[in-house]
Design a protein around this ligand. Structure first.
Ligand code: MN3
Length: 256
Protein backbone atom coordinates (compact mmCIF):
# COMPACT_ATOMS: atom_id res chain seq x y z
CA UNK A 1 0.00 0.00 0.00
CA UNK A 2 1.37 3.34 -1.03
CA UNK A 3 0.09 5.36 1.88
CA UNK A 4 2.54 7.43 3.76
CA UNK A 5 2.58 9.93 6.54
CA UNK A 6 2.07 12.83 4.15
CA UNK A 7 -1.13 11.23 2.86
CA UNK A 8 -2.55 11.04 6.36
CA UNK A 9 -1.68 14.58 7.18
CA UNK A 10 -3.31 15.67 3.94
CA UNK A 11 -6.34 13.51 4.64
CA UNK A 12 -6.81 14.91 8.10
CA UNK A 13 -5.43 18.37 7.59
CA UNK A 14 -3.82 18.05 11.01
CA UNK A 15 -0.94 16.40 12.80
CA UNK A 16 -2.86 15.70 16.00
CA UNK A 17 -4.08 12.25 15.03
CA UNK A 18 -0.67 10.68 14.55
CA UNK A 19 0.11 10.41 18.25
CA UNK A 20 -3.08 8.55 19.04
CA UNK A 21 -2.55 6.11 16.18
CA UNK A 22 0.49 4.66 17.88
CA UNK A 23 -1.16 4.34 21.29
CA UNK A 24 -4.19 2.48 19.98
CA UNK A 25 -2.35 0.24 17.55
CA UNK A 26 -2.18 -2.72 19.92
CA UNK A 27 -5.89 -2.59 20.71
CA UNK A 28 -6.85 -2.38 17.07
CA UNK A 29 -4.49 -5.16 16.11
CA UNK A 30 -6.07 -7.38 18.74
CA UNK A 31 -9.59 -6.54 17.63
CA UNK A 32 -8.85 -7.12 13.99
CA UNK A 33 -6.77 -10.24 14.45
CA UNK A 34 -9.21 -12.34 16.41
CA UNK A 35 -12.68 -13.25 15.22
CA UNK A 36 -13.87 -13.78 18.78
CA UNK A 37 -12.55 -10.44 19.95
CA UNK A 38 -14.05 -8.74 16.94
CA UNK A 39 -17.42 -10.24 17.65
CA UNK A 40 -17.18 -9.42 21.36
CA UNK A 41 -17.81 -12.93 22.51
CA UNK A 42 -21.56 -13.32 22.82
CA UNK A 43 -22.73 -16.83 22.12
CA UNK A 44 -24.93 -17.65 19.17
CA UNK A 45 -26.74 -20.84 18.32
CA UNK A 46 -23.99 -22.27 16.19
CA UNK A 47 -20.57 -23.50 17.14
CA UNK A 48 -17.51 -22.20 15.41
CA UNK A 49 -15.03 -19.36 15.59
CA UNK A 50 -17.57 -16.60 14.93
CA UNK A 51 -20.29 -15.35 17.25
CA UNK A 52 -23.09 -12.84 17.14
CA UNK A 53 -22.05 -9.63 18.89
CA UNK A 54 -24.62 -8.14 21.27
CA UNK A 55 -26.54 -5.06 20.28
CA UNK A 56 -24.90 -2.26 22.29
CA UNK A 57 -28.35 -0.79 23.13
CA UNK A 58 -31.99 -1.85 23.40
CA UNK A 59 -33.99 -2.81 20.32
CA UNK A 60 -36.11 0.33 20.71
CA UNK A 61 -33.19 2.65 21.43
CA UNK A 62 -32.95 4.05 17.91
CA UNK A 63 -36.63 4.99 17.63
CA UNK A 64 -38.17 6.95 16.05
CA UNK A 65 -35.58 6.57 13.27
CA UNK A 66 -35.32 2.76 13.32
CA UNK A 67 -38.11 0.78 14.97
CA UNK A 68 -37.68 -1.97 17.56
CA UNK A 69 -39.17 -4.76 15.43
CA UNK A 70 -36.76 -4.00 12.60
CA UNK A 71 -33.81 -4.02 14.99
CA UNK A 72 -34.90 -7.30 16.60
CA UNK A 73 -35.36 -9.18 13.32
CA UNK A 74 -32.31 -7.58 11.78
CA UNK A 75 -29.93 -8.46 14.61
CA UNK A 76 -31.40 -11.66 16.03
CA UNK A 77 -32.38 -13.32 12.74
CA UNK A 78 -30.50 -11.81 9.80
CA UNK A 79 -27.11 -11.21 11.43
CA UNK A 80 -27.36 -14.47 13.36
CA UNK A 81 -27.94 -16.34 10.10
CA UNK A 82 -24.79 -14.86 8.57
CA UNK A 83 -22.79 -15.98 11.61
CA UNK A 84 -24.26 -19.47 11.54
CA UNK A 85 -23.69 -19.90 7.81
CA UNK A 86 -20.12 -18.63 8.08
CA UNK A 87 -19.36 -21.04 10.93
CA UNK A 88 -20.82 -23.94 8.96
CA UNK A 89 -18.65 -23.09 5.96
CA UNK A 90 -15.47 -22.73 8.02
CA UNK A 91 -16.31 -26.04 9.70
CA UNK A 92 -15.73 -27.73 6.34
CA UNK A 93 -12.20 -26.27 6.16
CA UNK A 94 -10.80 -26.21 9.70
CA UNK A 95 -7.47 -24.79 8.50
CA UNK A 96 -9.28 -21.45 8.24
CA UNK A 97 -10.52 -21.45 11.83
CA UNK A 98 -7.99 -18.95 13.17
CA UNK A 99 -8.52 -16.33 10.48
CA UNK A 100 -10.55 -13.23 11.22
CA UNK A 101 -13.60 -12.56 9.09
CA UNK A 102 -11.85 -9.49 7.69
CA UNK A 103 -8.80 -11.55 6.73
CA UNK A 104 -11.06 -14.06 4.96
CA UNK A 105 -12.69 -11.26 2.96
CA UNK A 106 -9.35 -9.72 2.05
CA UNK A 107 -8.12 -13.04 0.64
CA UNK A 108 -11.20 -14.54 -0.98
CA UNK A 109 -9.10 -15.91 -3.84
CA UNK A 110 -7.35 -18.20 -1.37
CA UNK A 111 -10.60 -19.59 0.06
CA UNK A 112 -11.51 -23.08 -1.18
CA UNK A 113 -13.89 -22.76 -4.08
CA UNK A 114 -16.67 -24.83 -2.51
CA UNK A 115 -17.16 -22.24 0.27
CA UNK A 116 -15.86 -19.06 -1.40
CA UNK A 117 -19.23 -17.49 -2.22
CA UNK A 118 -20.60 -18.54 1.18
CA UNK A 119 -17.70 -16.75 2.88
CA UNK A 120 -18.13 -13.72 0.62
CA UNK A 121 -21.84 -13.39 1.40
CA UNK A 122 -21.92 -14.47 5.03
CA UNK A 123 -18.49 -13.26 6.11
CA UNK A 124 -19.40 -9.97 4.47
CA UNK A 125 -22.74 -10.00 6.25
CA UNK A 126 -21.07 -10.65 9.60
CA UNK A 127 -18.41 -7.94 9.22
CA UNK A 128 -20.82 -5.39 7.76
CA UNK A 129 -23.41 -5.83 10.49
CA UNK A 130 -20.84 -5.94 13.30
CA UNK A 131 -19.83 -2.46 12.14
CA UNK A 132 -23.42 -1.32 11.59
CA UNK A 133 -24.60 -1.78 15.20
CA UNK A 134 -21.53 -0.01 16.55
CA UNK A 135 -21.69 3.08 14.37
CA UNK A 136 -25.24 3.80 15.55
CA UNK A 137 -26.28 5.08 18.97
CA UNK A 138 -29.44 6.52 20.53
CA UNK A 139 -27.53 9.68 21.42
CA UNK A 140 -26.09 10.08 17.95
CA UNK A 141 -26.44 12.29 14.95
CA UNK A 142 -25.63 15.92 14.54
CA UNK A 143 -22.46 17.23 12.99
CA UNK A 144 -19.34 15.04 12.84
CA UNK A 145 -16.75 15.58 15.56
CA UNK A 146 -13.02 15.10 15.91
CA UNK A 147 -10.70 13.93 13.15
CA UNK A 148 -13.51 12.56 10.97
CA UNK A 149 -15.02 16.05 10.84
CA UNK A 150 -11.70 17.43 9.61
CA UNK A 151 -11.22 14.59 7.13
CA UNK A 152 -14.74 15.03 5.73
CA UNK A 153 -14.17 18.74 5.21
CA UNK A 154 -10.80 18.08 3.56
CA UNK A 155 -12.17 15.40 1.22
CA UNK A 156 -15.71 16.60 0.47
CA UNK A 157 -15.72 20.29 1.31
CA UNK A 158 -18.49 19.91 3.86
CA UNK A 159 -20.59 17.37 5.75
CA UNK A 160 -23.60 18.39 3.64
CA UNK A 161 -21.79 17.34 0.45
CA UNK A 162 -20.82 13.99 1.96
CA UNK A 163 -24.41 13.31 3.04
CA UNK A 164 -25.74 14.14 -0.40
CA UNK A 165 -23.20 11.90 -2.17
CA UNK A 166 -23.80 9.09 0.32
CA UNK A 167 -27.59 9.25 0.07
CA UNK A 168 -27.38 9.41 -3.73
CA UNK A 169 -25.23 6.27 -3.72
CA UNK A 170 -27.80 4.61 -1.48
CA UNK A 171 -30.70 5.54 -3.72
CA UNK A 172 -28.93 4.43 -6.90
CA UNK A 173 -27.99 0.99 -5.58
CA UNK A 174 -30.54 -1.25 -7.33
CA UNK A 175 -31.71 -4.08 -5.12
CA UNK A 176 -29.82 -5.01 -1.96
CA UNK A 177 -26.46 -3.68 -0.88
CA UNK A 178 -24.67 -1.04 1.15
CA UNK A 179 -23.61 2.58 0.84
CA UNK A 180 -20.16 3.35 2.25
CA UNK A 181 -17.72 5.99 3.33
CA UNK A 182 -14.35 4.28 2.88
CA UNK A 183 -10.68 5.07 3.23
CA UNK A 184 -9.27 3.96 -0.12
CA UNK A 185 -5.92 2.33 -0.77
CA UNK A 186 -4.80 5.72 -2.08
CA UNK A 187 -5.54 7.31 1.30
CA UNK A 188 -8.66 9.26 0.37
CA UNK A 189 -12.13 9.27 1.87
CA UNK A 190 -14.65 8.28 -0.81
CA UNK A 191 -18.32 7.37 -1.07
CA UNK A 192 -18.91 3.96 -2.63
CA UNK A 193 -21.62 1.33 -2.84
CA UNK A 194 -21.55 -2.45 -2.98
CA UNK A 195 -24.11 -5.09 -3.95
CA UNK A 196 -25.44 -7.79 -1.63
CA UNK A 197 -23.11 -8.21 1.39
CA UNK A 198 -19.90 -7.39 -0.47
CA UNK A 199 -17.45 -5.68 1.85
CA UNK A 200 -15.08 -2.82 0.99
CA UNK A 201 -12.35 -5.01 2.56
CA UNK A 202 -12.66 -7.28 -0.51
CA UNK A 203 -11.11 -4.57 -2.68
CA UNK A 204 -8.66 -3.19 -0.12
CA UNK A 205 -10.75 -0.26 1.07
CA UNK A 206 -11.56 0.24 4.74
CA UNK A 207 -15.22 0.86 5.64
CA UNK A 208 -15.38 3.88 7.94
CA UNK A 209 -19.17 4.13 7.86
CA UNK A 210 -21.86 2.15 6.05
CA UNK A 211 -25.62 2.01 5.73
CA UNK A 212 -27.57 -1.18 5.09
CA UNK A 213 -29.76 -0.80 1.98
CA UNK A 214 -31.46 -4.18 2.22
CA UNK A 215 -35.22 -3.90 2.62
CA UNK A 216 -34.94 -5.88 5.87
CA UNK A 217 -33.19 -2.80 7.30
CA UNK A 218 -36.09 -0.39 6.75
CA UNK A 219 -39.18 -1.88 5.13
CA UNK A 220 -41.33 -2.32 8.25
CA UNK A 221 -41.21 1.41 8.95
CA UNK A 222 -40.40 3.05 5.62
CA UNK A 223 -41.82 0.53 3.10
CA UNK A 224 -40.60 1.62 -0.36
CA UNK A 225 -39.31 5.02 0.79
CA UNK A 226 -35.59 4.25 0.93
CA UNK A 227 -34.75 7.95 0.64
CA UNK A 228 -36.61 8.76 3.86
CA UNK A 229 -34.69 6.01 5.65
CA UNK A 230 -31.37 7.28 4.26
CA UNK A 231 -32.12 10.79 5.51
CA UNK A 232 -33.32 9.65 8.94
CA UNK A 233 -30.31 7.37 9.51
CA UNK A 234 -27.91 10.28 10.02
CA UNK A 235 -29.76 11.03 13.27
CA UNK A 236 -28.32 7.92 14.93
CA UNK A 237 -24.69 8.08 13.79
CA UNK A 238 -22.17 7.42 16.54
CA UNK A 239 -19.40 9.85 15.62
CA UNK A 240 -17.14 8.69 18.45
CA UNK A 241 -17.18 5.17 17.02
CA UNK A 242 -16.70 6.48 13.48
CA UNK A 243 -13.61 8.30 14.73
CA UNK A 244 -12.30 5.03 16.19
CA UNK A 245 -12.78 3.36 12.82
CA UNK A 246 -10.91 6.16 11.07
CA UNK A 247 -7.99 5.58 13.44
CA UNK A 248 -8.12 1.83 12.79
CA UNK A 249 -8.15 2.40 9.04
CA UNK A 250 -5.03 4.53 9.27
CA UNK A 251 -3.26 1.94 11.46
CA UNK A 252 -4.04 -0.84 9.00
CA UNK A 253 -2.85 1.32 6.10
CA UNK A 254 0.42 1.99 7.91
CA UNK A 255 0.87 -1.69 8.76
CA UNK A 256 0.29 -2.95 5.24
MN1 MN3 B 1 -28.84 -6.18 7.09
Amino acid sequence: MNLNRRHFLKLLGTTTVTASIATTATTAATILASPKAFAQGISSNSSGPFSLPPLPYDYAALEPYIDADTMRFHHDRHHAAYVNNLNAAIGRHPQLVNQSAIALLKNLDSIPEDIRSIVQNNGGGHVNHSMFWEIMTPKGGGAPTGNIATAINENFGSFAVLKQQFNDAGLKRFGSGWAWLVLTKAGKLEVTSTANQDSPFMTGDFPILGNDLWEHAYYLKYQNLRGDYLNAWWNVINWAEVNKRLEKSLEMAIAS
